[in-house]
Design a protein around this ligand. Structure first.
Ligand SMILES: Cc1cc2nc3c(=O)[nH]c(=O)nc-3n(C[C@H](O)[C@H](O)[C@H](O)COP(=O)(O)O)c2cc1C
Length: 174
């Protein structure tokens, strides 16, 4: 933990010294590594317990699916994000993420108590996600990426080629 905690301390110092308006500092982490030796979920739970006392503004967990459990521990059923939230409680706001597309899916994730949800791939497919909910157009929210929509979504060519080309990244339809 020494290296990341030293980085956090230095960042906090730099913000205290240089920021002339409110400046959020968050920490985003991947909760486990597949290689052995590598970071385990148990390591991460100890680490987030320390991070929760660091005066950070948020903790953001990098996973591909909000509900996925550990891929290397024997208890694989409970969401890693929820386990992290259970560990830190309300000491630091946890941001969950991962394969959440519809408002109902996001509401179900929020029911775990995790206070914030981020959308990544979904916002690439539907940049007007929030606006459509606000204006009662939930049924029009896109949950797939159509090959016809590149211009409308203003996705530059190199990113577009990757998004379309790498199988499993996004639900691409013709
Ligand atoms: C193309 C692609 C690249 C990504 N690169 C990173 C990365 O460099 N670092 C990281 O922490 N997460 C990365 N992620 C994971 C995302 O940040 C996010 O956790 C994941 O896509 C799940 O959220 P979403 O379903 O809302 O997109 C990447 C995801 C995708 C699809």
């Amino acid at each position: 933990m020494i290296f990341p905690l030293t980085v956090v301390n230095e960042v906090e110092k730099a913000v205290a010294e240089h920021a002339n308006k409110p400046f959020m500092i968050g920490y985003r982490l991947s909760p486990e590594e597949g290689s052995n030796p590598g970071i385990t979920l148990d390591d991460t739970l100890q680490f987030v317990d320390r991070l929760a006392n660091q005066n950070l503004d948020y903790l953001h967990i990098s996973v591909s699916d909000f509900w996925n459990g550990s891929f290397r521990e024997s208890d694989r059923t409970k969401s890693r994000i929820v386990k992290i939230y259970d560990k830190v409680g309300n000491r630091i706001p946890v941001v969950g993420v991962g394969a959440l597309h519809t408002p109902d899916e996001v509401a179900e994730a929020l029911e775990t108590g995790v206070p914030f949800i981020a959308l990544g791939r979904e916002l690439l497919m539907e940049p007007h996600w929030i606006e459509k909910i606000r204006t009662g157009k939930e049924m029009e929210i896109r949950t797939t990426l159509s090959k016809k929509d590149q211009d409308e979504l203003v996705i530059p060519d190199p990113l577009w080629k990757k998004l379309i080309g790498v199988k499993g990244w996004l639900p691409v339809v013709d």
